[in-house]
Design a protein around this ligand. Structure first.
Ligand SMILES: [Zn+2]
Length: 492
């Protein structure tokens, strides 16, 4: 047996003004066949799992490109074409190949392609023919497309959001692909379109039980795998939305029935899934009034770099300063210009800086602030699950009891260590504001009195009724109350 492994991933916010070109991938990872000799980062973790599993069986492994970029706007066409060409060239050289395993995002859009996952897999299929097994691991914030389902034998999405199970799902996919390639199973995939657009947090009910039930059903009654494809609301493609995927062993009817059953269950839960987040003002009012022993952690939902937002919006900072609050830590602000000035002036310097608000209207206005540079460190990393995520150079700034974490490598803040590595004692903070939609929850909840997601302004506001789609039609909940009604009318 020979297993071919490769990775090409970014989550594309088609509304983002930030192009995703070669610099963005260089900042993330570009490895030409040797990603598994390095420490695993993000989307690369599955390749380590797959190599280990294949080698333990004595199988051959052919490793191709691993290229991953922080979410932003569409990938530049020439960059996408070069990456795809490299993978296809490696695949031709590796033939004959029995199994292809790919780690991708599922919502990657290039300037010249709305469905990068379907495109790459179908071109792999042309090279290896119908008998090879093609398996894809993706983020649940994906656009599940007909081309992906046609080209792949197996698609497995992470089940958890925060995505703490990337390596576990890689194990699942390897087992499924090995069983299929050795003739033990005959995987058949079917999906159900929930006609919904939303965000579903798996630590919280009712999605916790939904997810636990998916885990419990796998391996029983002919079901090989279940994935809730949450969808990525800020990617404008014809297939954007929430879909349920089921894989059954040799029985399309079972796969279709289970996909429908879970999809209808999600639909029935929709009223419980409406996010009723406080505004900045409401959240700060509540936080000021709360007598808390531990910090109150507030998520700046809409300025999440992990969803393609700039991570330099100033809306929350402005309100904190207007109120004269002290004991507030905020981060992480992507501002390479500020970092350059801090590095130039050095630790201990007192500077007047123009902070944030640089990337467009979704970032708000920059804020002029006189600060002390408390600490600067280069080459920092933070934890996301078990993975080390790069932060670049970061500085901790202080102004009148307000502490700002600024860095030069755009990323959401996953982990309190973003602050603590620079010497800030978070236990002394009354409020911690984190630029992240939900991934921060896993590591901030244990140090928090309470965690509230805020309905902030910015690039990815959770206002699903008003996202200005041009390719996705408007027939989805919550934009319309019953999207199935018009589907029925069309069918009649
Ligand atoms: Zn995701």
């Amino acid at each position: 047996m020979k297993v071919f492994i490769a990775g090409l991933a970014t989550e594309t916010n088609t509304f983002s003004p930030i192009p995703t070109g070669m610099i963005s991938y260089q900042e993330g990872l570009i490895a030409h066949g040797d990603a598994t000799t390095r420490a695993p980062v993000g989307f690369g973790a599955p390749m380590h799992v797959w190599r280990d599993r294949a080698e333990a069986l004595g199988w051959d492994v052919a490793e191709s490109l691993a290229a991953f970029a922080q979410p932003a706007g569409p990938t530049v066409a020439s960059v996408y074409n070069a990456f795809v060409d490299e993978i296809l060239t490696d695949l031709k050289a590796a033939k004959p190949v029995d199994i292809i395993l790919l780690t991708m995002h599922g919502a990657m859009v290039a300037e010249n392609c709305d469905d990068c996952e379907g495109d790459l897999m179908s071109r792999c299929r042309e090279i290896v023919g119908p008998d090879a097994i093609i398996g894809l691991e993706i983020d649940p914030h994906c656009h599940m497309t007909p081309l992906m389902l046609e080209a792949a034998n197996l698609i497995v999405a992470y089940k958890e959001y925060p995505h703490t199970d990337i390596s576990d799902r890689a194990e699942d996919l390897f087992t499924l692909a090995a069983d299929a390639a050795t003739g033990k199973t005959n995987p058949i995939m079917r999906t159900y379109d929930c006609h919904m657009i939303g965000m579903y947090f798996t630590p919280l009910e009712p999605i916790r039980s939904f997810t636990d039930d998916m885990f419990a059903e796998e391996g029983k009654g002919g079901i090989l795998s279940l994935s809730l494809c949450h969808g990525f609301p800020w990617g404008d493609t014809a297939e954007t939305g929430t879909k349920m995927l089921a894989i059954a062993d040799g029985d399309a009817a079972i796969a279709a029935a289970r996909a429908r059953a879970y999809g209808e269950r999600l639909w029935s839960l929709r009223d419980q899934l409406v996010s009723n987040y406080p505004t900045i003002e409401e959240a700060l009012d509540k936080a000021e009034a709360l007598d808390a022993d531990k910090p109150i952690v507030l998520g700046d939902f809409a300025d999440n770099a992990g969803g393609g937002a700039p991570s330099d919006s100033t809306f929350v900072l402005k309100e904190v300063l207007n109120r004269g609050l002290k004991g507030v830590a905020l981060g992480m602000y992507w501002d390479p210009i500020v970092i350059r000035q801090c590095v130039e002036a050095g630790e201990g310097a007192r500077l007047t800086l123009r902070i944030g608000g640089k990337m467009g209207p979704a970032s708000g206005n920059p804020i002029d602030l006189t600060v002390r540079v408390l600490a600067i460190k280069k080459g920092l990393k933070q934890k996301f699950g078990d993975l080390d995520m790069p932060m670049g150079t970061a500085a901790l700034l202080e102004a009148n009891g307000v502490y700002l974490l600024v860095n030069d490598q755009r990323s959401q803040l996953f982990d309190p260590s973003g602050f603590t590595q620079l010497g800030l004692d978070l236990s002394q903070m009354k409020i911690i504001v984190v630029k992240s939609s939900n991934h921060f929850y896993d590591r901030f909840a244990p140090i928090a009195e309470v965690v509230w997601h805020m309905k902030t302004p910015g690039a990815i506001t959770p206002e699903f009724t008003s996202i200005p789609y041009t390719k996705r039609d408007g027939n989805y909940w919550p934009r319309v109350d019953d999207p199935f009604a018009s589907e029925t009318a069309l069918a009649e």
